[in-house]
Write a protein that binds this ligand. Structure first.
Ligand code: SAM
Length: 281
């Protein structure tokens, strides 16, 4: 789906599943095609508008015929054309095939993937970055990105072999936060090298952590929160690189918390002083 292979800035009507443009978009459900095209799909008009507002580059906007005449859909289409993207008006059947859903959203956007180079991150006091060691579950990753957004943390660093943040499942689980949470990625060694330059507290979470997560002062500088893999926990070199290894106490029979839940608990504690108090009704 490279730009030069298409004619941007035009609206095309497509009804056939064998149309090459439709085939290319459909293929984005698979990681190898997403990687090759460096693109991904976002479903829903709100998400497409959020992504455009956040400055993401749209390649193609696809909408169902039923969206013709809908002011918001037409506005999104006009913005896509203005940005040099292609707009496809498709049949319901085509939209179902693209999204692999029986009741698809009326609009789908194809956007360019985006990562921040690790070297460009310049953490300052008040910043919280979350590093995820080999996160595997797309729902966990999406939920963590949504939580990072909700608490006002700065972004997420994917360490080692992680699930694809641009899969349909992850994008869905972020509920749009993908478009405002910077993402970086690094192999373990590159991350460890970068970590040495981190100017604040590096906190790992570990089931054998010796420190209660509520007893740490997170306010002195930027914080890097390091979370372990769902099955294997935190890799030893990452655990050794942390200033503190904290534990979230548990009272019941569960061995551990779900990764996204543990990240949420940590982020709310780390950001406690920074978050506004809800006024009493
Ligand atoms: N079997 C894994 C292990 O031995 O670590 C469980 C991993 S847990 C599902 C995924 C990650 O969530 C952990 O690596 C840790 O980062 C975090 N986590 C979950 N529960 C935690 C707890 N009670 N205290 C500290 N971290 C926790």
């Amino acid at each position: 789906m490279e730009r030069q292979r298409r004619t941007p800035g035009r609206v095309k009507e497509v009804t056939s599943l064998s149309n090459p443009l439709v085939k290319e978009i459909k293929a984005l459900a698979l990681k190898k095609y997403r990687d090759r095209a460096r693109a991904f799909m976002a479903e829903g008009l709100k998400l497409v508008l959020d992504a455009l507002d956040a400055g993401w580059t749209i390649r193609t906007m696809v909408y169902a015929k039923a969206g013709r005449g809908n002011a918001a859909v037409e506005k999104a289409a006009a913005r896509t054309v203005a940005a040099g993207g292609l707009v496809l008006e498709v049949s319901e059947k085509v939209l179902c095939a693209i999204t692999r859903r029986d009741n698809p959203q009326m609009v789908v956007g194809v956007f360019e993937q985006r990562y921040c180079p690790l070297a460009d991150l310049r953490p300052v006091r008040g910043d919280v970055w979350v590093a995820l060691d080999r996160v595997r579950d797309p729902g966990n990753l999406g939920t963590i990105m949504r939580t990072v957004d909700a608490v006002g943390a700065r972004g997420v660093i994917l360490v080692g072999e992680c699930t694809d943040p641009f899969s349909l499942e992850t994008v869905r689980a972020t509920m749009g936060s993908l478009f405002c949470v910077p993402l970086a990625r690094a192999e373990q060694q590159a991350f460890l090298d970068w970590r040495r330059t981190f100017p604040g507290l590096v906190v790992g979470t570990h089931l054998e952590g010796a420190v209660d997560y509520r007893s740490v002062d997170y306010t002195a500088g930027p914080v890097l929160l390091v979370m372990g893999n769902e099955q294997q926990g935190l890799a030893a070199p990452l655990a050794q690189s942390c200033d503190r290894l904290v534990r979230i106490p548990q009272a019941g029979r569960a061995d551990s918390l779900n990764l996204a839940v543990a990240t949420g608990v940590m982020l709310y504690e780390i950001r406690r002083a920074a978050l506004p108090v809800v006024p009493e009704a």
